[in-house]
Design a protein around this ligand. Structure first.
Ligand SMILES: Cc1cc2nc3c(=O)[nH]c(=O)nc-3n(C[C@H](O)[C@H](O)[C@H](O)COP(=O)(O)OP(=O)(O)OC[C@H]3O[C@@H](n4cnc5c(N)ncnc54)[C@H](O)[C@@H]3O)c2cc1C
Length: 388
């Protein structure tokens, strides 16, 4: 780890280590058989106050930093767990505590901090607007004292497991060129009360709780608008940039898992009368994965420092995207190396390598596909013409 954790962070990491000892890799594997949500883990996680890590202290949270959350999620992954079922609340906490009205903050943040409410769901992706977020067609119209929302979303995670969902909709038609992200607005949807949401679970290659949503005239009160109507893009960056940094952290944790497990195995597995780890064909891919991990880690902390210093969101975005790209490529590569090092045993479900491999593959695609990250770098960092 390139960041030396401070005293508070060391205490937090010890608590996570104790928690993960109670929820070892076999727990996560067991959930796969029934495709179940890690309810027991999440309840304990919340009971220990981790769900409120990024909620400001004046609302009862721990007032933690993005660095704290990055370390926390990394550690869960490095110990064989998967934070995908509950990481949403971290990147949505910044949005709500910075941009929601004071009335909404007072209404939801204390409950989130105490683990009485869950805000794990973020509804952005649509069938005809995957990578092209400006093309989203879900519409929110003013109606009475609030808004009426109509549209279709896909791959929206943790809807059934959340009390609150943040949803992106259009309150004005899409403009052209640089104006294409104008007219986007963000809403907090109270899933306990909202009527008109139909959901169907999408079963995926790993254990995820992901849904297709049909929004049929869903009414939300006016005060549930987050930020200004039609100017949702800037607040949205306070979801997307931390999200990329936190996903990078999970990939860094996964990379550590694959490399650590493989090094241990390579030292102990004897073939042709010697440990397989004494062969360069085993050593070099592991050394290569380690070098890539160190590089991804450094960029992850650089992006985190930029976000915490309130740097220009474009600069944060460039580095958050690069961190997510490098870290997700690294964890996928490390997964393949782990498969090779473990021989046939890598495919045995009890070894957990194949499960972690399927889980980490998501991050090449979501929350933004790596092609789109490269297109963003080409355009923003290199000044090449926009291809998207
Ligand atoms: C398990 C899971 C959970 C998810 N959870 C959520 C969630 O909670 N909330 C949410 O809003 N979304 C969620 N998503 C959606 C995810 O963010 C999208 O799948 C992702 O952004 C890619 O969009 P798409 O699937 O529509 O791919 P598409 O946009 O259709 O892209 C398909 C392929 O074409 C490539 N491509 C497209 N355009 C270009 C271009 N101009 N240049 C080069 N290549 C291009 C892409 O890189 C990709 O490889 C989830 C997805 C999964 C699988």
């Amino acid at each position: 780890m390139a960041l030396a954790p401070n005293e508070t962070q060391r205490i937090m990491l010890s608590a996570v280590a104790r928690l993960m000892d109670r929820f070892p890799p076999d727990y996560w594997k067991g959930l796969e058989d029934s495709e179940a949500y890690p309810e027991a883990f999440v309840a304990e996680f919340e009971a220990q106050g981790f769900g409120g890590l990024l909620i400001p202290t004046e609302y009862g949270g721990a007032g933690g930093s993005l660095s704290d959350a990055a370390l926390l999620l990394e550690e869960i992954h490095a110990r064989g767990g998967n934070a995908q079922p509950f990481h949403g609340q971290f990147y949505l906490s910044f949005l709500v505590s910075r941009f929601a009205s004071e009335a909404i903050r007072r209404k939801v943040l204390p409950g989130l901090a105490q683990g009485k409410l869950r805000m794990q769901s973020f509804a952005l992706t649509e069938p005809d607007a995957g990578s092209d977020l400006a093309r989203i067609a879900t519409v929110a119209e003013r109606a009475g004292h609030g808004y009426r929302i109509r549209g279709h979303k896909v791959f929206i995670s943790r809807v059934e497991q959340s009390d609150l969902m943040v949803l992106v909709a259009r309150t004005a038609p899409r403009g052209e060129g640089p104006k294409r992200t104008e007219g986007l607005s963000l809403f907090l949807v109270d899933l306990r009360e909202a009527k008109g949401i139909e959901r169907t679970r999408i079963r995926t290659m790993f254990n995820s709780q992901t849904y297709e949503l049909f929004l049929n005239d869903v009414e939300v009160p006016a005060e549930h608008l987050i930020g200004e109507e039609g100017h949702g893009f800037e607040p949205l960056l306070h979801v997307l940039n931390p999200e990329r940094i936190l996903i990078a952290s999970e990939c860094i944790g996964d990379s550590r898992w694959f490399i650590d497990r493989s090094v241990e195995y390579a030292k102990g597995r004897v073939v042709f009368g010697r440990a397989i780890g004494s062969n360069q064909g085993i050593q070099f891919p592991l050394a290569d994965a380690h070098a890539r991990l160190v590089a991804a880690d450094l960029v992850r902390w650089h992006a985190t420092a930029l976000y915490e210093a309130d740097a220009d969101p474009k600069e944060v975005g460039e580095h958050a995207n690069i961190a997510k790209y490098l870290a997700s490529e690294c964890s996928w590569r490390a997964a393949n190396v782990a498969m090779d090092v473990h021989g046939g045993y890598g495919m045995a479900r009890d070894m957990h390598i194949e499960r972690k491999m399927r889980e980490t593959r998501l991050y090449q695609v979501a929350p933004v596909s790596n092609n789109l990250v490269l297109a963003h770098i080409a355009h923003h960092a290199l000044g090449l013409p926009r291809s998207y």
